[in-house]
Design a protein around this ligand. Sequence first.
Ligand code: HEC
Ligand code: HEC
Length: 496
Amino acid sequence: MWHRSARRAALEGSLSNTHSQTYARRPRGVGHGRLLIAAALLSMLAACDGGTQDASAGVENGTQNGTQNGASAQDAQARSKANAPVNGAKLIKISASTAATPTAQLIAQPTTQPHAQSRAEVYAQVRRMTALGKQMFFDPSLSGSGKMSCATCHSPNHAFTPANALDVQIGGADMHRQGMRAVPTLKYLQSVPAFAEHYHDSDDEGDESIDAGPTGGLTWDGRVDHGGDQARIPLLSSFEMASTPAKVTAAVRAAPYANAFREAFGEHVFDDDNATFQAVLKSLETFEQAPEVFYPYTSKYDAYLAGKTALSAAELRGLQLFNDEKKGNCASCHISQRAKDGAPPQFSDFGLIAIGVPRNRTLAVNRDPRFFDLGACGPERTDLDHRAEFCGLFRTPTLRNVALKKTFFHNGVYHSLEDVLRFYARRDTNPQEFYPVVKGKVKKFDDLPQQYWANLNTEPPFDRKPGDAPVFSDAEIKDVMAFLDTLTDGWQPPAH
Ligand code: HEC
Ligand code: HEC
């Protein structure tokens, strides 16, 4: 099994190599897919007419609602350190190590393509696509039912998670079909690396020989690498937007933004359903990378890291419990410290991990006792089926804005942070509180067949047994909750 702490050790500059390597590293470099995106965009740019039109419907429109646009200088600084490098060398480095690289960075790379656009033209095209992507994100006419947009499940006022507290959402052509997974946030996905079975951190300070195990990719099981490929999933899913490329094309052609769409993608874009569909996916992907909406770094914790504010006593205690390797050890997966280059933490290392979340018996799919959502080994993801070592693994979510969520874990089994923290604190010391008890015997890990239990993480906080003290007392749980509250964007210094 892999050690998440290997990643943390790498981040902290300690080079102890404790894991055993099971597979040879795949030859595919993590940057490969991104170069393809760049090529696709460049050809799109070549196809677009000129690229100098007015881009007034630009990124500034992207800052509506819950996300903040009143960013302070320090926020801007944190942002630019983390994700928006504008100078050449850093730009190339970042785009070679992250999957959801902001499109602007990708296409701003020097290129030998014959139809290369100037940097200004490229940025103008990104602004157009961002504005279009935003309109489509909120447009229910793209769905088969005509009633569901991306924002139905990814509400901007709730960090792009649902406004309701359902375990999983309801969709489909008749709006009666239940999904099988809880909706993740769309914020802070910009540095999720492309999925790799064996992730080797290319950070300067890391030891590249350290294998952090399966890491990256979008969705709970990491099955796609790019926002465009991801957007295809809900648009076509029978239990989500239940649409088709032809329906999407017809909707865009009739939409108030049809002319802007033609301006961005060419007069003839609507002649071909597939070309239109691809342009829709690319626009959604581009919108999802607007920094001021999706990764503003405006939480109290960011201000604290920048030395602009202090944490309360409870918040500080919570942070210590969160970081303490013998207590929560949360930061070994949900990284809480700046990287060596100063980039603010994402609160995830994007590793795919099995933590034995209890089965959610209210889900329709789970009425069949033989059905299991095994994450990376299927059924939603299909390329790793029959690979037992991937069963039960789900991608570690960011904890930024987690206090705005109403549903937690991949199957939506919990509805309060307190319940999630009790699970972490008492899963192994008091398992009967979380799993069914049959004839006096606790059926632990009831959502993962026993043959896959070897995949379960066993590092703290998952290293205890009945009779041991829980990882956190009830008071400590409150402190960790207070700390998690500091991760919500849009913090303002108290008025005095
Ligand atoms: C019916 C609810 C629903 C709708 C509508 C919906 N999504 Fe999602 N979204 C989900 C769920 C559930 C997941 C997790 C899916 C999984 O793990 O298989 C998800 C995952 C994602 C992710 C990956 C997040 C991550 O952490 O990797 C992105 C990006 C995303 N959705 C974007 C979109 C876009 C763009 C649209 C509109 C085209 C959209 N979604 C429409 C429910 C929805
Ligand atoms: C070994 C890696 C690991 C450690 C250690 C860890 N987590 Fe997690 N965390 C995960 C994974 C993986 C998930 C998703 C699990 C799932 O849904 O199946 C998760 C999910 C969560 C969620 C739910 C987020 C959401 O959007 O649904 C919260 C909250 C959370 N963790 C907090 C913590 C806290 C607090 C600690 C320390 C007590 C901690 N985690 C320790 C890997 C880890």
